[in-house]
Design a protein around this ligand. Structure first.
Ligand code: SF4
Length: 340
């Protein structure tokens, strides 16, 4: 386990024992709060690209531009794009003939672009290239005659999109090690495994180990398909959480990678809470907290990190420390329709 972070000397440490409302030099003094800010955090290259696709499409085609599903799992992002002229819909049926439509970063089943082509819609695919890579791997494994065991979360749009790349019945979902024990597949069936991109790194290693033990013939990618952004954010939380009394994760409840960050912090023995923005923080959570870890899921913008820090600053004298565990330089190309 990583050594807990030791904050630098806190100039106002002497205030720690003072009541929160103790007057000092005629002004109210706040209790100090050291905030360890994880880096990397927040937007990944796939989310940056998806948002840029919507913004550029609005510039190019004019509003409204339709987006099938939340472009990324973040209400703040969705509302900001709505204000610029994006209209979010659940299915293509809700897109009028002739209107441009964008598919979300999580990827879509093959039937969706097929329907867009049939209706002669102008469509753009904001599927993250790392999700598309899993789609191609799925196709290749089916071509090689293998049944696929897919490690992921039932009902997540990425899982629905990946299942939609292969014929029905060609892929079986497992979510846990217990699911592996329950798999009802012939012992000698040619098998491959693939994974959702936003899983817990530690849980996934255990599930893959259980699959390899039960089905020694199973093949899989050299490294599992958990993306660089998910792995990096989990590693950063592992560094920050052990030295914190509480970890706040900024993200949406339907954001898989954000929920995994909460779990990772809790497994380090630190209580953790998911907040969507500053207004969600209950000041009672800060009782007895002198060091707070802070991170953000891959679909949460940096403005929300600032907002949370400002909210904390209303109650406490915040001292920020950024804990860097990796540098990210990944950038994905835009679809060719938007580059000229
Ligand atoms: Fe792509 Fe990973 Fe970001 Fe998902 S979290 S959009 S897979 S980079």
């Amino acid at each position: 386990m990583n050594a807990p972070f030791q904050p630098a000397a806190i100039p106002v440490a002497a205030l720690a024992d003072a009541p929160a409302d103790a007057p000092a030099h005629g002004r109210e003094r706040k209790m100090p709060l050291t905030v360890l800010i994880a880096a990397p955090r927040g937007f990944c290259a796939g989310v940056d690209r998806a948002i840029e696709i919507v913004e550029r499409a609005i510039e190019r085609y004019g509003a409204p531009v339709y987006v099938r599903h939340e472009i990324v799992h973040n209400r703040f992002v969705v509302d900001t794009l709505k204000a610029k002229g994006a209209v979010f819909v659940e299915e293509l049926d809700c897109v009028p003939d002739g209107a441009p439509v964008i598919f979300s970063a999580h990827g879509v089943p093959k039937s969706v672009p097929a329907e867009a082509i049939r209706r002669e819609l102008d469509w753009l695919d904001a599927t993250c290239p790392l999700v598309s890579k899993v789609h191609r791997q799925a196709e290749r494994q089916i071509e090689a005659g293998r049944h696929i065991v897919f490690i992921g979360h039932a009902g997540h749009p990425e899982v629905i999109g990946t299942f939609g790349q292969v014929p029905e019945g060609a892929m079986t979902l497992v979510e846990t090690v217990a699911d592996v024990a329950k798999l009802d597949l012939p012992a000698d069936l040619p098998l491959a495994f693939l994974t959702q991109t936003t899983l817990s790194v530690d849980d996934t290693h255990q599930i893959i180990a259980a699959l390899r033990e039960r089905f020694p013939q199973i093949v899989g990618p050299k490294a599992e398909d958990i993306c660089y952004a998910t792995s990096n954010r989990q590693a950063a939380v592992k560094k920050v959480a052990p030295g914190s009394d509480l970890v706040l994760v900024i993200g949406a409840p339907n954001s898989s990678n954000s929920m995994r960050l909460v779990e990772v912090a809790e497994r380090c023995g630190t209580p953790a809470r998911l907040v969507q923005r500053g207004a969600d923080i209950d000041p009672a959570w800060l009782e007895g907290v002198s060091t707070l870890g802070l991170t953000a899921g891959a679909s949460a913008p940096e403005q929300l990190v600032r907002e949370v820090l400002d909210t904390l600053g209303e109650w406490r004298e915040v001292e920020e420390h950024t804990i860097i565990t990796a540098e990210e330089k990944m950038v994905f190309k835009l679809p060719r329709q938007l580059v000229d």
